[in-house]
Design a protein around this ligand. Structure first.
Ligand code: ZN
Length: 254
């Protein structure tokens, strides 16, 4: 039986109880945890993502004009939300990692805010990469965005790797680009091994995101879903908390 709670104090109390009872929590985060930080949800109406649509991976790889356009859009988006700071949800999860309650945070987000809230990379599994740096697609060398931007602003040319000549791309997973195999495997294995799977701010519509909650359930974990809107997996959950994500997580942040 799924319990659906939308009253704030009750949601907070039930969440604390669920967290207390658990010893190996996997948190799964989507765009909803970052919206209070000013990072727009890709799916929301008027999202700047619609104006600066990501370029598909095969176009990026095959067309230099598309690569230049991809970088123009990337920097335009960074101007909109590149200075975002972590929110209450990120600090709540950081706190639970520090207490040893959360073993891993699997995220669909590319905003780096969970790291900025003090969680080390060993506890974070990024399914869609990270938008705060870039890598060479051929040799993997890391590049910093401010260096790329300086050169791009001066020449307008898409950057290429100084070591191998490969294309440099933001370290995110684009549409049409294969999912990162290692991150996926890692996410699946921590999910199968947790005793509480806590999905936060994800619509749980897109695969592979949608497959994790059922995997956790199959392995006997409790499932708690926290989101502003109903998700298609709510019926699978033990507890559904519906409301403002920052408000509900706030007591766990201190
Ligand atoms: Zn290279």
């Amino acid at each position: 039986m799924t319990l659906i709670v939308s009253e704030l104090e009750e949601a907070r109390a039930l969440l604390c109880e669920a967290v207390d009872k658990a010893s190996k929590i996997v948190a799964f985060t989507g765009a909803g945890i970052s919206t209070e930080c000013g990072v727009p949800d890709f799916r929301s109406k008027n999202s700047p993502w619609l104006r600066y649509k990501p370029i598909e991976f095969n176009l990026f790889m095959t067309d230099v004009l598309m690569r230049e356009e991809a970088w123009r859009r990337k920097f335009a988006l960074d101007d909109i939300y590149g200075r975002a700071q972590p929110g209450r949800g990120h600090y709540a999860l950081a706190n639970l990692v520090a207490k040893g309650k959360i073993t891993a945070i699997v995220t669909q987000n590319i905003d780096n805010l969970q790291q900025m809230a003090g969680v080390s990379n060993e506890h974070i599994i990024e399914l869609h990469g990270n938008g705060t740096y870039a890598t060479c697609l051929k040799c993997g060398l890391r590049y910093e965005l401010h260096d790329i931007r300086r050169a791009f602003d001066a020449t307008g040319a898409a950057p290429e790797c100084s070591a191998c000549g490969g294309h440099i791309k933001a370290a995110t997973i684009s549409f049409g680009q294969p999912m990162p195999e290692k991150a996926m495997q890692h996410a699946l294995s921590v999910t199968a091994d947790c005793d509480l799977f806590f999905a936060i701010g994800s619509s749980l519509v897109v695969y592979p995101a949608a497959s994790f909650p059922s995997l956790a359930r199959q392995h006997g974990a409790r499932l708690v879903i926290l989101n502003g809107e109903p998700t298609p997996l709510d019926d699978l959950a033990d507890l559904v908390l519906r409301g403002d994500i920052g408000d509900i997580l706030q007591p766990l942040a201190s």
